[in-house]
Design a binder for this molecule. Structure first.
Ligand SMILES: Cc1cc2nc3c(=O)[nH]c(=O)nc-3n(C[C@H](O)[C@H](O)[C@H](O)COP(=O)(O)O)c2cc1C
Length: 204
């Protein structure tokens, strides 16, 4: 058995990363498009991601500072252009999603690297991925930074101001899971599909 009181027995950020990302599983994946001041677009996946509020609709994700305590392009861009488009990582584009997690020099476009076409997203200047079935156009509501050390997160709170849903997955009332096929991230390079589901009725 292992019990850690972190004040007495500090664990390295690398160990805490493995402990958290291996335990808080499976995680949905935000596939986030942003843009810098010059209009260069950027795309990257973030699995530290969830819904923070419904009314108003707010999504939250967290880019960590890298191992040299440098911010990722997504965060730099949000500080320049306070908008993003959040897509949901799903089976149909999972190879492309993985491709866009490469660390490219700032200003290089992961849309091009992954061979993804852009489409206009109403309400924001950032484009969406043309063939992604779900896209949320967001304006930046808040950035909450947890420090300047390597792997420090910055919680991005993004307010949804426009929604794109493909007719194949949305009938106006329900999202069709079997059409969307969202993918979850586990630890390291492991992912999970939604093909093994079960139903549990909530108590009255
Ligand atoms: C499925 C997946 C999920 C990821 N989730 C996160 C995350 O939540 N936070 C983070 O800082 N990096 C995460 N990464 C790594 C970033 O995607 C990667 O550092 C990327 O290069 C950042 O791109 P950017 O510099 O263009 O913003 C993830 C990578 C993958 C493949």
């Amino acid at each position: 058995m292992s019990d850690y009181i972190l004040d007495n027995e500090p664990l390295s950020p690398g160990v805490i990363y493995r402990l958290l990302s291996g335990s808080v599983c499976p995680r949905p994946i935000a596939w986030v498009a942003t843009q810098d001041q010059q209009g260069n677009t950027n795309l990257a996946p973030f699995s530290f991601f969830n819904v923070a509020s419904v009314n108003p609709p707010i999504l939250a994700f967290s880019p960590l500072l890298d191992g040299s305590a440098e911010p990722k392009d997504t965060l730099r861009n949000l500080r320049e252009v306070a908008e993003c488009v959040i897509h949901i990582g799903s089976e149909s584009l999972i190879e492309e999603l993985n491709t866009t997690s490469a660390s490219l020099p700032r200003g290089e476009d992961e849309f091009l690297l992954a061979g993804l076409k852009k489409a206009e997203m109403p309400g924001v200047s950032v484009p969406r991925i043309a063939n992604a079935p779900v896209a949320f156009g967001c304006t930046l509501r808040d950035l909450i930074s947890f420090g300047d050390q390597p792997l420090a997160g910055t919680l991005v709170l993004a307010e949804v101001i426009a929604i794109h849903m493909d007719d194949a997955i949305w009938d106006g009332r329900h999202v069709d899971m079997d059409a969307l096929k969202p993918v979850g991230r586990l630890a390291g390079s492991d992912y999970i599909r939604i093909s093994d589901r079960f139903v549990l009725e909530r108590p009255a």
